[in-house]
Design a protein around this ligand. Structure first.
Ligand code: SAM
Length: 238
C-alpha cells in the first residue's frame, strides 16, 4: 500500500518513542479533504474526556486509515463515541464500558486526589459513568446510533474476537491501571491486523501507568506521541 500513512510509517522503521507535531499529521491529509468540515461539540470541562487537539488527532488518523470498524475502550459519557459517529465513515463503532451497578466506589470525592491519583481518578470516572450513562449519544441521529454497539462488560473479561471481531482503529481509554492497559492492548492486537491503535492519557501527569506502558512498548515498536495532545499511537501493518 502506498498511502501517505504508509510513507510516513516507512520513515520511522524500527522502534522508539517519537514526538511529532499536530501539523505532521495534518500534512498527511489529502488535498481533496481540504474543505472538509468536522462536527463536534465544545470540549467538556469536566475531567475524563478529550481535548480539542485530541479530537483532531483522532479524526486525522480516522481519515487516513478509513476504518470499517472502530473499537473504543472506555465509553464514559459517550463524547468520543459521538465524535467518531459524526465524523468517521466506519460502518461499526464498538464502545466498551463497565456494566451498571448499585455500588458506589467513592462516597465523597476528594477533588485534589482525583487530579493526583490515577486509580482514584479511574474510580471517580467509573462512578460518574455509572450514574450518568452515555449522555452525549442523545445528540446523534437514529442512523448514527445504529452504527454504534455499546458493550457493557469489563474489557479485561471481554472476548474481543467473539464480541467485536476485526477492526482497523482502536481508541484505548478505559481503565488506566498498568495491567488493564496491557490487557486492552494485547486483546486489541488480536483483532487489529492493519490500522492504528491510539492510547489516551499519554504523559497526562495522572495516569503514569499509560506512559510507563508505552515507554516499555516502544522498546520494540514505534510509538508516536502528538505534542500538545494526550494521544499516542502505533501504526499496525502499515
Ligand atoms: C476516561 S473515561 C473514557 C472517556 C471517553 N473515551 C471520552 O473521551 O469521552 C474511562 C472510562 O473507562 C471505564 N472503564 C474503567 N475500567 C474499565 C474496564 N476494565 N473495562 C471497561 N471500561 C472501563 C470507566 O467506567 C470510564 O467510563
Amino acid at each position: 500500500m502506498n498511502s501517505p500513512l504508509h510513507e510516513f510509517a516507512s520513515a520511522y522503521l524500527g522502534h522508539g518513542l517519537t514526538e511529532i507535531k499536530l501539523k505532521d499529521l495534518l500534512a498527511l491529509r489529502s488535498p481533496d479533504n481540504l474543505l472538509r468540515n468536522l462536527t463536534t461539540m465544545f470540549p467538556p470541562i469536566s475531567i475524563g474526556s478529550v481535548t480539542l487537539v485530541d479530537q483532531i488527532v483522532l479524526l486525522c488518523l480516522d481519515e487516513l486509515v478509513r476504518p470499517d470498524s472502530i473499537l473504543e475502550l472506555g465509553t464514559f459519557q459517550g463524547f468520543t463515541t459521538h465524535l467518531l459517529a459524526k465524523n468517521s465513515s466506519a460502518r461499526s463503532i464498538y464502545s466498551v464500558d463497565l456494566p451498571p451497578t448499585d455500588r458506589v466506589l467513592i462516597d465523597q470525592p476528594d477533588a485534589h486526589k482525583v487530579l493526583q491519583d490515577g486509580d482514584y481518578n479511574d474510580n471517580f470516572l467509573r462512578d460518574i459513568q455509572n450514574r450518568s450513562g452515555e449522555i452525549y449519544l442523545g445528540a446523534l441521529t437514529d442512523a448514527e446510533k445504529q452504527r454504534i454497539r455499546l458493550i457493557k462488560q469489563d474489557s479485561t473479561e471481554l472476548d474481543f474476537v467473539k464480541s467485536v471481531g476485526n477492526i482497523e482503529f482502536a481508541f484505548i481509554d478505559g481503565g488506566h491501571h498498568y495491567d488493564v492497559v496491557r490487557s486492552d492492548t494485547e486483546k486489541t492486537l488480536g483483532i487489529l491486523k492493519q490500522g492504528v491503535i491510539v492510547w489516551h492519557d499519554f504523559a497526562s501527569g495522572i495516569h503514569s501507568d499509560v506512559t510507563r506502558f508505552l515507554h516499555e512498548r516502544s522498546k520494540h515498536t514505534r510509538i508516536f506521541h502528538v505534542l500538545g495532545s494526550l494521544c499516542a499511537f502505533e501504526l499496525i501493518g502499515l
